[in-house]
Design a protein around this ligand. Structure first.
Ligand code: KG4
Ligand code: ZN
Length: 345
């Protein structure tokens, strides 16, 4: 069974063809980063317009790369939410029109479910139950994944998502958008012990995350130590940046990793789990991956994360999640609406 996946929830227009929920036959992504960079974040109206311009091109590319035509496609799965409503509408309208014209089923998929399943594309036999941390620009959600399709939300961010905090610090320092990859690169050359940040305490006993206090504390350090706004031509050429920027990047990244580890470890203490999963754009971060792998190796728990190309938004994960619903006999009606706040039940 071949599913065409479509993703347009934020600033990537993506299409992919996945066979039997596992085999990625093609995965095309048109990134809008260059359109939004000068604004320091995603501008929703520009994102919708870019999706309109790109969607046909990206789907054609996915079909061409897979050496397939529409008659080879058995179903269309598309991100229904959460995300930017105008951006979601583009993918949804395209998916409905294409599936209706071909007379094949159409499924609206939860973007977060897509991130969770991105791990299974590479590790179909990952041990369950699992603690699955989706850590991206929009979410920092920790789920207990009892079995495929059964989730319990254990913790979420009460304010900024981890990726959002990285993006905001980078914007403040004039390092452009998205912030995560730049901060990761600069952090490699920095001294994480120069700027240290305390773990936020959630007093009601919940395991929730919080990153806005960290952001405020970092901005205080910027002012206190007169760390300059950089706006370098190439933010990745770290040699051109002051040492204080590299040190702050290192301390900030370390604080985010510490908090993620702390909460996931606390969640593990009270539950029987077979593995820990990381997904979403921030899970691309090598320091995060190795910190988790090392920490949980000492506790006899394997850590799984997807290939870097499947961590940031892509359509292969949407096709894989759609396939699982298809196997359960699900499909969606033609009047399915986008849901910018769609929760994962
Ligand atoms: O999953 P994603 O593409 O979109 C959302 O669903 O939000 O995640 C984008 C986020 C951005 O905040 C970006 O800064 C962050 O992922 N990111 C990273 C890295 N690459 C992307 N954060 C840390 N290290 C990276 N290497
Ligand atoms: Zn995402």
């Amino acid at each position: 069974m071949r599913v065409l996946g479509i993703e347009s929830s934020c600033d990537e227009t993506a299409a992919a063809i996945v066979e039997d929920g596992r085999r990625i036959r093609s995965s095309a992504v048109a990134s809008q980063v260059s359109v939004h960079r000068s604004y320091g974040g995603v501008v929703p109206e520009l994102a919708s317009r870019e999706h309109i311009d790109n969607i046909c091109v990206v789907v054609d590319q996915a079909l061409e790369d897979a050496e397939m035509s529409w008659k080879d496609i058995d179903a269309v799965a598309v991100t229904r939410g959460p995300g930017l409503v105008g951006a979601l509408l583009v993918g949804l309208a395209y998916a409905k029109a294409a599936a209706c014209a071909r007379g094949i089923p159409f499924l609206g998929v939860n973007h977060l479910e897509g991130h969770i399943y991105s791990v299974f594309l590479d590790y179909p036999k990952a041990e369950l139950p699992a603690l699955s941390l989706v850590v991206s620009g929009g979410h920092t959600n920790l789920y207990l994944l009892q079995e495929i399709g059964r989730y319990e939300l254990i913790a979420k961010s009460r304010d900024d998502a981890a990726g959002e905090a990285l993006d905001k610090l980078a914007k403040y320092l004039g390092l452009g958008y998205p912030g995560g990859p730049v901060i990761e690169q600069l952090a490699r050359e920095g001294d994480a012990s120069r700027f240290t940040f305390t773990l936020p305490k959630i007093t009601d006993g919940a395991l929730d995350f919080s990153f806005s206090g960290l952001k405020t504390a970092a901005l205080r350090e910027v002012r206190l130590h007169k760390i300059p706004r950089c706006e370098p031509e190439n933010p990745l050429a770290e040699a051109s940046l002051p040492k204080s920027v590299l040190d702050l990047a290192a301390g900030f990244q370390a604080a985010i990793i510490d908090q993620l580890l702390d909460r996931v470890d606390k969640a593990r203490e009270d539950r029987e789990v077979g593995s820990v999963h990381l997904s979403g754009g921030v899970s691309c971060n090598r320091a995060l991956r190795s910190a988790f792998t090392e920490f949980f190796r000492a506790r006899n728990l394997p850590v799984y994360y997807p290939h870097p190309s499947l961590t940031t938004d892509n359509a292969a994960m949407i096709a894989a999640a759609g396939y699982l619903r298809l196997c359960r006999g699900d499909s969606d009606p033609w009047d399915l609406a986008p849901d910018p706040n769609l929760a994962l039940a």
